[in-house]
Design a protein around this ligand. Structure first.
Ligand SMILES: C[S@@+](CC[C@H](N)C(=O)[O-])C[C@H]1O[C@@H](n2cnc3c(N)ncnc32)[C@H](O)[C@@H]1O
Length: 336
């Protein structure tokens, strides 16, 4: 089984898949396996709500304007966008547990973006979705690219090398030709196909992809140090992806140069920035200043409970901007 098929099985198989099987809870939550920006602080969604308002005005305040979150998880992003978008927000989820949570709050809960048909006007968000789309893994050898695949040996899973498929080798040549022999590269054809599909359905508005990763240049060093595939389980780095299939989140850094090319080819106007810069642009630093000011007032008034609550809110909001944590995520905005 080539690594992309293995990743798909581990994450999305209806029986054992980490995200898809009915025996799982919502993974992106405090009781789950990892915390994402909208789970850390509702100020993330509020900032995106201000972005949505600006997009709505840019496309002429159309009445038919939808906010779609693909891979919406618990729905925390949609819930914190602001009341003005209630009734226009829809979550798309593969996970049955997440779909149930979304449906309770009237946030839809469809399984696929294809349900939207060909001409969407609005904003489509994908926060920490593309890092989970199945990826092939190739290794640079003296003789060119070889592809990693998974097989069984003595009752255990083990990695073998196969000749790389032509489309996989072509992608690696395009985005990682300069890496030294021995480097590992995650080939993200599914992320490219997903992005092209969404932009094909988006008539007017924006696609916003937020994730960890970087451009080819930024990822080059990580590729020469063994690539970026890793697993998470219960809020910690997990074991090798071949251990405990279906029980860990398999993920890798998103290759944004490839996505920028897809957006250009789809005729979109595109920008790529860091999450900390993006959130500053949409007012998060002002929110932090205001919380700090209110904290001081509460301290002066001797209201310790309120002071502590405001402090906790401020620290959560600051986490979104941490330069080596969430602030180092990338935000790709493609406008049509
Ligand atoms: C890392 S979680 C992020 C959840 C949420 N966006 C957040 O920021 O809290 C990824 C989510 O994407 C969902 N997912 C993965 N592939 C998907 C797909 N092709 N379509 C819809 N949802 C998908 C998973 O079930 C999971 O809930």
């Amino acid at each position: 089984m080539r690594f992309d098929s293995y990743m798909e099985w581990c994450l999305y198989d209806a029986d054992i898949g980490f995200f898809a099987s009915t025996r799982t809870d919502v993974r992106s939550s405090k009781s789950g396996d990892f915390l994402t920006s909208p789970e850390v602080s509702s100020e993330f969604g509020r900032a995106l709500g201000r972005f949505v308002a600006a997009e709505h005005s840019r496309v002429g305040n159309e009445a038919e304007f939808t906010v779609i979150d693909v891979g919406a998880g618990s729905g925390s992003l949609l819930r914190s966008l602001g009341d003005v978008w209630a009734g226009q927000a829809v979550g798309i989820e593969l996970s049955p547990a997440a779909r149930e949570t979304l449906a309770v709050d009237g946030l839809g809960g469809m399984a696929s973006f294809a349900a939207f048909g060909p001409a969407v006007t609005g904003v489509v968000f994908a926060n920490e979705l593309l890092d989970n789309l199945p990826m092939a893994v190739v290794e640079k050898t003296d003789g060119g690219w070889v592809e990693h695949a998974v097989t069984t040996s003595g009752g255990a899973l083990t990695m073998v090398r196969l000749e790389a498929r032509p489309e996989v080798a072509a992608w690696a040549d395009r985005y990682a030709s300069d890496v030294p022999v021995g480097s590992l590269v995650e080939v993200q054809l599914e992320a490219a196909a997903w992005t092209a599909d969404v932009l094909g359905r988006l008539d007017r508005g924006a696609l916003v992809i937020i994730d960890y990763g970087g451009t080819s240049e930024e990822l080059s060093g990580r590729r020469s140090r063994g690539g970026t595939i890793r697993t998470y389980r219960s809020h910690h780095l997990g074991p090798d992806p071949l251990v405990a299939p279906g029980e860990t989140d398999i993920t890798a850094d998103v290759e944004f140069s490839a996505l920028l090319d897809v957006c250009h080819e789809a005729g979109a106007e595109v920008e790529l920035v860091r999450q900390d810069d993006f959130l500053r642009q949409w007012g998060v630093e002002d929110v932090i200043s205001s919380l700090r000011h209110q904290e001081l007032e509460a301290a002066r008034a001797g209201d310790t409970m309120r002071q502590l609550k405001l402090k906790s809110e401020r620290l959560d909001t600051e986490t979104l901007l941490h330069p080596r944590g969430l602030g180092d995520f990338r935000v790709l905005v493609a406008r049509k």
